[in-house]
Write a protein that binds this ligand. Structure first.
Ligand SMILES: Nc1nc2c(c(=O)[nH]1)N[C@H]1C(S)=C(S)[C@@H](COP(=O)(O)O)O[C@H]1N2
Ligand SMILES: [Mo]
Length: 370
């Protein structure tokens, strides 16, 4: 630049080149933009059995499609004996099932990894439990008659965009065996109301027990296929990979996790907690998509005490737990750790991988007791 040239303020605000792969650097403009679009669930909302509308986390890769329900159709085709096309009214008239299901984003915990994969920078609260109403997918698949040589069912949403140079509609598949599981819903209501636009209006898939990416929103097409689906969000993204050249293994079911409601009251900027000394009832929720929750322990400065589990709300929803902590004046770190019936416990160290998925390391909440 010569001395007479005036710098363009727009240019000084322009984002710097993005790091290629995980970074040790400060948060980027792009991560800030994503975290403003896709919010997590405030931890105090762990108090509710069913997360109130608006407090459930959101993950939207592209734009929220605006869909006119009068013109929208769901098609079921590909390798089937009888292709089906349904209006929203026809779907509402089918058998109706309501169940609580905890959804969690596979990227939850990503920003607690070091170096940090650059994507949606979740901390620990990309989770929520909806009361979902819809019609079972398995009955519709049976009516369509899946071909004997079909291996997968592909679900496509109405949203479209580009990720890492791949231009695509958001789409995911399930093996025919998984897709025929009776708990999988084509959901049109959340907490007794029509789906909000951001949660997939007018119809979405709910795959209980799986990380959120499987529950395709704004569903338009269901297709049976005789070869494994190679779409970006199936074959490339959502894999546990050690590095850029490792094909890795697919991300599927939710790993166990417990979270606690931070006690006391927060400092606005740092969120650091303050509370009074004495007995303090700590409460939280625990869930796993692999097997039922069997045990939760409350961590206090590295020691552990048994928490009391309340009755289950259902096989696919989080479970409330409580534990009384005798809070003594000073600085403390609270945490909690879930174990499920398959014997899996949360790790104390980060579960590092190339794209930062499935990091279920234990939560750490610093508190000051007065
Ligand atoms: N069509 C479509 N479906 C989608 C997504 C998307 O971007 N487009 N995001 C997925 C991911 S990664 C998650 S975690 C969940 C989030 O669902 P929610 O926003 O209703 O909480 O939706 C899944 N379904
Ligand atoms: Mo996600």
């Amino acid at each position: 630049m010569s001395e007479t040239e005036v710098p363009d303020p727009a240019l000084t605000l322009a984002p710097k080149p993005l790091p290629r792969g995980p970074t040790e650097g400060p948060l980027t403009t792009e991560e800030l933009q994503l975290s403003a679009r896709n919010h997590s669930m405030p931890l105090e909302a762990l108090r509710y059995d069913i997360t109130p509308l608006g407090l459930h986390y959101l993950l939207i890769h592209f734009d929220i499609p605006m869909i006119d329900p009068a013109h929208w159709r769901l098609s079921i085709g590909g390798q089937v004996a009888r292709p089906i096309e349904l209006t929203l009214d026809e779907i509402h008239a089918r058998p109706r099932v309501t169940m609580p299901v905890t959804l969690e984003c596979a990227g939850n915990g990503r920003s607690r990894l070091f170096p940090r994969p650059v994507s949606q920078p979740w901390v620990t609260e990309a989770v929520g439990t909806g009361l979902w109403t819809g019609t079972p997918l398995s009955e519709l698949l049976a009516e369509a008659g899946i071909a004997a040589d079909a291996v997968e069912i592909v679900f496509t949403g109405a949203d479209h965009g580009i990720e890492k140079g791949h231009e695509l509609d958001y789409a995911r598949s399930l093996s025919v065996v998984e897709a025929e599981r009776p708990e999988i819903l084509l959901a049109y209501e959340m907490n007794g109301q029509p789906l909000l636009p951001q949660h997939g209006f007018p119809l979405r898939l709910i795959v209980p027990g799986w990380y959120g990416m499987a529950s395709v929103k704004w569903l338009t097409r269901i297709e049976a296929a005789t070869t494994p689906f190679k779409g970006y969000y199936q074959a490339t993204n959502y894999h546990y990979r050690a590095g850029p050249d490792d094909p890795g293994t697919p991300v599927q079911r939710i790993r166990p996790r417990a979270l606690l409601v931070p006690p006391g009251y927060p400092d606005f900027l740092t969120r650091r907690r303050t509370l009074a000394a004495g007995p303090c009832r700590i409460e939280g929720r625990a869930w796993s998509g692999e097997a039922p929750i069997e045990r939760v322990v409350l961590g206090i400065d590295g020691g552990w005490q048994e928490a009391v589990l309340e009755p289950e709300q259902g096989p696919y929803a989080w479970r409330r737990w409580t534990s009384v902590w005798e809070a003594e004046p000073g600085e403390h770190i609270l945490s909690c750790r879930a174990t499920d019936a398959s014997g899996q416990s949360q790790p104390l160290e980060p579960n590092w991988n190339w794209i930062g998925v499935g990091n279920n390391m234990v939560q750490a909440v610093p508190v000051t007791v007065r």
